[in-house]
Ligand binder design. Structure first.
Ligand code: 2HA
Ligand code: ZN
Length: 282
């Protein structure tokens, strides 16, 4: 029986649609952003010849904890506006080699490309998320405008950031009850930023890279994209309030947050549930 081609798989289809979605939201200008999608051998082997290695490329990180695992990942320097039409060029299906220091390419990157420069950060994130969530599949990095804007005007601490985002809409605390992780500004594309991000991923699924963007992790493309959409929508509302003068006359109170947690049976980060009001003098 001949296999269906990988480009026709549901996984390539999801990758094409999500990268286009990230681009059309304005969160991935030029070559900004990267996505990785962990796939099982059973899933992959229906569409790709896993016994054939097209090329082997080195990675500057020891990913031996993920040896043998498959990832569909976007390529370094590639423009998200193009992935939909050129998925086999701008993305690739790779398998982490046994020694963890290289990947075997089984499909894609057909003009000589390689995985994203943030691949070490993705792999470190997958490793740590898998420790707390066996269904972990997706890591997504992008540059959501309003959230990045807030990283210049809001103190870079997790409690302050998380509480503001929770209080901008009732939906926030339900979608990210653990809050938002925040790392200091660091140089992208380095193993250091990857390690700092992955350390936060033990407690959070969304981590802010100040003055740059966001890293998010989840079990599916929809859930991970939805997480980023919700965080960025809260940041947009905050930005709008600032444009309206920035004075809160009323707010979602700490009591309202507790009521949301009870209604939706969620356990929000207890450290963030009480604190300063956004309304002056309250
Ligand atoms: O892939 O966004 O952080 C390009 C980037 C690096
Ligand atoms: Zn980036």
């Amino acid at each position: 029986m001949t296999k269906e081609k990988f480009i026709n798989s549901p996984y390539a289809d999801e990758m094409r649609k999500i990268t286009l979605g990230l681009y059309t939201h304005g969160w991935d200008e030029r070559n900004g952003g990267n996505v990785s999608y962990r796939l099982t051998k059973e899933e992959v082997s229906q569409y790709a010849d896993v016994d054939t290695v097209l090329r082997n490329v080195k990675i500057d990180f020891d990913a031996s904890e993920l040896a043998g695992q498959y990832f569909l990942v976007t390529g370094t320097g590639r423009y998200f506006k193009n992935v939909y039409d050129h998925c086999e060029r701008d993305a690739g299906l790779v398998q982490i080699a046994a020694d963890g220091h290289s990947v075997d390419i089984h499909w894609g990157f057909n003009d000589g490309g390689q995985p994203t420069s943030e691949f070490p950060a993705h792999l470190m994130t997958h490793i740590n998320r898998l420790k707390v969530d066996a269904d972990q599949r997706i890591v997504m990095h992008c540059h959501p405008t309003n959230l990045v804007g807030m990283s210049f005007t809001v103190p870079l601490d997790e409690k302050t950031f998380s509480r503001i985002l929770w209080k901008m809409q009732a939906e926030s605390i339900v979608v990210f009850p653990e809050g938002l992780g925040v790392i200091p500004y660091m140089t992208p594309g380095t193993n250091d930023i990857g390690a700092a991000t992955a350390a936060k991923m033990k407690d959070f699924r969304v981590v802010l890279w100040p003055h740059h963007g966001i890293f998010a992790a989840g079990d599916s493309m929809d859930e991970t994209f939805g997480l980023i959409e919700t965080v960025e929508k809260a940041a947009l509302i905050y930005t709008t309030v600032q444009a309206q003068g920035g004075h809160f006359l009323q707010e979602i109170t700490d009591k309202d947050l507790a009521d949301l947690a009870a209604r939706f049976s969620i356990k929000p980060n207890p450290d963030f549930l009480t604190g300063k009001s956004l309304v002056e003098g309250k």
